[in-house]
Design a protein around this ligand. Structure first.
Ligand code: ADP
Length: 395
């Protein structure tokens, strides 16, 4: 794939003194009886790239719209560079925003579209021409200044929207599912461009998506939304390795999530029982679970080993293959163990020559340190199975 590299010539577009942090304090929005967001609290450092990730209806866009000023909060405060902006109209907030549908003016050419925010701010004409040129260079569209939006591809329109959002040097850029309308390859290219852009102009970015891959690859931190509030925030690696609850575990990564009861624990590991007899060990987390409590056992599909690779690990079972999903670089096997429990295993093509078919018997295993107990709280059955999560389950 050929990536379109953002121009290094962005004279005037990087202004570190202009980059600001943002603080959301108890941000709440009610529509009659609907709670769109509830008590959203977030501190974003200057220059950070923070993504709002969550299922549809979890309050991501409402939060972004409150920051932009298009939705009035029912309660709470928004502070940029330590000043409250919550009573300011959108155009006085000086925030750049890109909408999912681009929202370009169809009757204006690219240059006039990009010039629009500067004209609104009564910037002198000569300055406007310079800034528009710089912004179009930044997004590699300097040769398209005279085209109308309808004469551009979806990706190019998206870049015009980006140039328009950046041309007035906002301290903060808001992006609402900006890649949602693009096809898969263009989305990859734009992801790369956004990352480059963030590196080069260093602006604070808040990015909304329901796509976990976008969130994990682009962000410094990800705020996971559910039912109108942030249920966990952290660096992508921390969220992936230590999801706070079942909901986050199911929304990020591909997982087996098995419900059982704690039977015993020791300093290194904790043991849970599924159904009547099947026991599994997980690494022990401080303060987690007394015996007899319910727990959710989280096992990422890539941590499961099969065949000889499963010999010698502490969690080891004989199972039967019930489904095979070939995906080129890896194969996903669904294996039934114990009474009726299903475990998904993602085996990279480089790791084994084994060719298993439905009905084959196979040894399956994983290290306790590759498994984790997570809180059942925050579980949302509507989200399980709608994301990349594959829920290990009893049949
Ligand atoms: P997301 O961006 O995560 O998909 P939204 O912020 O758009 O979620 O919506 C959060 C909740 O608020 C949803 O239940 C949605 O139906 C509701 N909502 C959003 N905007 C309005 C509105 N203008 N009027 C009534 N309910 C709304």
């Amino acid at each position: 794939m050929s990536h379109l590299v953002i121009s290094t010539n962005q004279k005037g577009l990087r202004d570190d003194s202009n980059i600001a942090g943002i603080e959301l304090c108890g941000l709440t929005k009610h529509y009659d009886t609907t709670v769109a967001t509830h008590d959203v609290n977030l501190h974003v450092d200057p220059g950070e790239f923070v993504t709002f990730l969550g299922p549809s209806g979890s309050g991501k866009t409402t939060t972004l719209m409150m920051i932009a000023g298009f939705v009035i909060p029912s309660a709470g405060d928004i502070r940029i560079a330590n000043k409250s902006i919550v009573t300011l109209p959108p155009h006085k907030r000086n925030i750049g925003m890109v909408f999912q549908n681009y929202a370009l003016f169809p009757h204006l050419d690219v240059a006039r579209n990009v010039a629009f925010p500067l004209e609104m701010r009564h910037v002198p004409k000569s300055e406007i021409a310079k800034r528009v040129e710089g912004a179009l260079k930044l997004v590699k569209l300097q040769n398209y200044a005279n085209r109308r939006p309808r004469e551009l591809s979806g990706g190019q329109q998206q870049r015009v929207a980006l140039a328009r959002a950046l041309v007035f040097h906002p301290p903060i850029l808001l992006l609402d599912e900006p890649l949602g309308a693009l096809d898969a390859q263009l989305r990859e290219e734009m992801k790369y461009e956004l990352k480059q852009l963030h590196l080069k102009i260093g602006i604070t970015i808040l990015f909304v998506t329901h796509d976990q891959q976008e969130a994990l690859t682009l962000s410094d931190r990800v705020a996971v939304f559910n039912h109108g509030t942030i249920v966990q925030i952290g660096a992508p690696t921390d969220l992936y390795r230590y999801p706070a609850n079942r909901f986050v575990a199911s929304f990020i990564g591909k997982s087996n999530l098995l419900e059982g009861k704690v039977v015993r624990r020791d300093p290194q590991s904790i043991c849970i029982r599924l159904g009547e007899t099947l026991e599994m060990r997980a690494s022990y987390r401080e303060g987690f679970r007394e015996p007899n409590n319910s727990a959710v056992y989280l096992l990422r599909t890539e941590s499961v080993r099969i065949g000889n690779a499963a010999v010698g690990v502490e969690n080891q079972y004989e199972g039967t293959v019930t489904a095979v999903f070939y995906a080129g670089s890896a194969t996903e096997y669904v294996i039934r163990i114990g009474e009726e429990w299903l475990i998904s295993a993602r085996i990279p093509a480089t790791e084994t020559d084994m060719r298993l078919a439905v009905g084959d018997q196979v040894r399956v295993g994983w290290k306790p340190s590759d498994a984790l107990l997570v809180e059942a709280d925050g579980a949302d059955s509507s989200a399980v199975g709608t994301s990349e999560a594959h829920s290990g389950q009893q049949i």
